[in-house]
Design a protein around this ligand. Sequence first.
Ligand SMILES: [Zn+2]
Length: 210
Amino acid sequence: MRSNEHWAHEPNFQAAAASFGDGSAVVETAIAIQQIPAPTFDERARGLYVAERMRALGLADVQIDTVGNVYGRRAGTAGGPALLIAAHLDTVFPAGTDLTVRRDGTRIYGPGLGDNSMGVAALLHLAQALQQHHIAHQGDMWFVANVGEERLGDLRGMRAAGRGGRWPLLGRLRGAKRDPCAGALSGRDRADGGAHRAAQQLQHRRDRGR
Ligand SMILES: [Zn+2]
């Protein structure tokens, strides 16, 4: 297993990291996402947009499941354990909310921008950096924009994503490490709803803290 330090010296890794620049492209993507209403249980329009972005990036198996989760896959090179990275689509703001964004110097305000359009934008730009700079990883990497994270959604999106039966392609997920701080979950935790919830809540608290 190679360390992060090793990766940090590889030219394509450096280029991928540098491609984020000052982050303004991620912010613009976040605003584009934020402008599409996505109250819990009504995430479809935003999901379609994310699916289009995933297809444009050249991700494989871009699909929307029966509950509305959006999936895209980046193939691994050596069949190692898969990694799932998720960000939730839904917001707490009801349909009809004025989504106008206000800029004040370096600050930008808008309903649902921090929770969770920035998370979804980061998901897309991570995939973009890996794609454009040809970063290889051993196992498949699944990018998931999940529904139903907030309130009455009760994590129904992540529950569905974690059930291999509902999404057979995710049955390949197994054995990878879980890193709640990165918002990433692995197949080993599929049977552990508590771990899913804890990771989501950790990410959620970070969202809210922004
Ligand atoms: Zn959230």
